[in-house]
Design a protein around this ligand. Structure first.
Ligand code: SAM
Length: 348
């Protein structure tokens, strides 16, 4: 594939924040629409049937997204993740991915999906140059899947997962949000999958995001508790840290495991000091922290005729305000304050 070559920008325009963190990872929420209605993601208004999705005009167009990414790679971004909402429901996402992959300095384009359309798209995603795929799956039981996601399509996701492996994604990462009394009785079933399949099962701590979150002290389970429970099933052997692991701590359950187990602990062992992320929400807001609601309105910059310099300035503004840490524990203790943004717009 021919790559476009973008010239680099002077070093004062590099994405380095006030705490010397280099920002090299941009997450794009392509749409806030989704073909599932997960219990922790659906907003209160949506639950009541309210009109809450963005209009198509409110989303950044692919051309606008490409402009932003072209400037961002000149400022140090090397990795982009497509998320949402469900990125695969946005029309012509494959064409967009091909255009993204044509950008020279962008070395890594990844995707997070609920897997419902993966059986259909896995081959083309692989051919379009997606380097890694994360599939979100909180249960291995079809009935429970329907009750968590609101849609009875476990088998589609299961087939999609196998298809992704078959076309060459290896490993496929499986994101599991562990929730007490909801799916915590399946922790060992998930872990056993990692023994026989080249999957990285990643237990993600449940975070208090948005007005719909079912998060509370009771549903929350820490990574330490999960690890403790797994000790009964064998030895957790720490694996060498790879860059692709991101903030996950990765283990194998016994020497003969084909796959691995990751723990992502944004609540109990947050990784803010190593955070290299910037998010662009589906409404075109630049957000430097998942758990802080401050955003820079990049959509207005783009739609008021802003050129590359203005895009560059907006990116720098977002990074300059990147908080040192999410400080969620203190916020929760002091005021019960959580993060009010919707995960589907922010891009989980
Ligand atoms: N539709 C895609 C999917 O399902 O993977 C991408 C968007 S989804 C919002 C991205 C990830 O965020 C999913 O793995 C989901 O489980 C996770 N997520 C959503 N709300 C969460 C919460 N409150 N705490 C932890 N993870 C959450």
């Amino acid at each position: 594939m021919n790559k476009e070559i973008a010239s680099s920008l002077p070093s004062e325009n590099k994405l380095i924040d006030m705490f010397s963190r280099s920002i090299s990872y941009l997450r794009l929420s392509l749409t806030d629409r989704c073909n599932l209605r997960c219990m922790y993601c659906v907003t209160e208004e949506e639950g009541k049937g309210g009109p809450v999705k963005l209009r198509h005009d409110d989303l950044l167009t692919y051309e606008e997204l490409l402009r932003v990414v072209r400037v961002a790679v000149r400022m140090g971004i090397t990795k982009v993740r497509l998320t949402g909402g469900e990125p695969l429901v946005r029309r012509n996402v494959l064409g967009f991915i091909r255009d993204l992959n044509a950008i020279e300095q962008l070395t890594d384009v990844r995707l997070t999906t609920n897997g419902v359309l993966l059986n259909k798209y896995a081959q083309e995603l692989f051919s379009a140059g997606v380097s890694k795929i994360n599939v979100s799956l909180d249960t291995l039981r079809p009935e429970r899947f329907a009750s968590i996601t609101g849609v009875d399509c476990f088998n589609d996701v299961w087939q999609g997962l196998h298809k992704a492996l078959e076309v060459g994604f290896n490993p496929v990462k499986v994101n599991v949000v562990a929730m007490r009394h909801i799916n915590d009785d399946e922790i060992s079933d998930f872990v056993h999958l990692s023994k026989t399949m080249p999957l990285q099962i990643r237990f993600i701590e449940f975070m208090p995001i948005g007005d719909s979150s079912r998060w509370n002290d009771e549903t929350f389970i820490s990574s330490d508790e999960i690890k403790q429970r797994l000790e009964a099933h064998g030895e957790l052997i720490p694996m060498e840290r790879l860059q692709a692991d991101g903030p996950a701590q990765v283990y194998r359950l016994g020497e003969d495991s084909v796959g691995s187990i990751g723990f992502i602990s944004p609540m109990s062992h947050h990784f803010c000091d190593q955070c290299n992320r910037l998010r662009l929400t589906s409404a075109g807001g630049l957000r430097s922290c998942l758990l802080h609601d401050d955003e820079v309105d990049l959509r207005s910059v783009l739609r008021q005729g802003g050129g590359d310099e203005e895009i560059c300035k907006a990116l720098l503004d977002a990074i300059r305000n990147k908080p040192k840490g999410h400080q969620l524990e203190e916020r929760l203790k002091n005021s019960g304050n959580n993060c009010h943004g919707q995960m589907s717009r922010i891009g989980g």
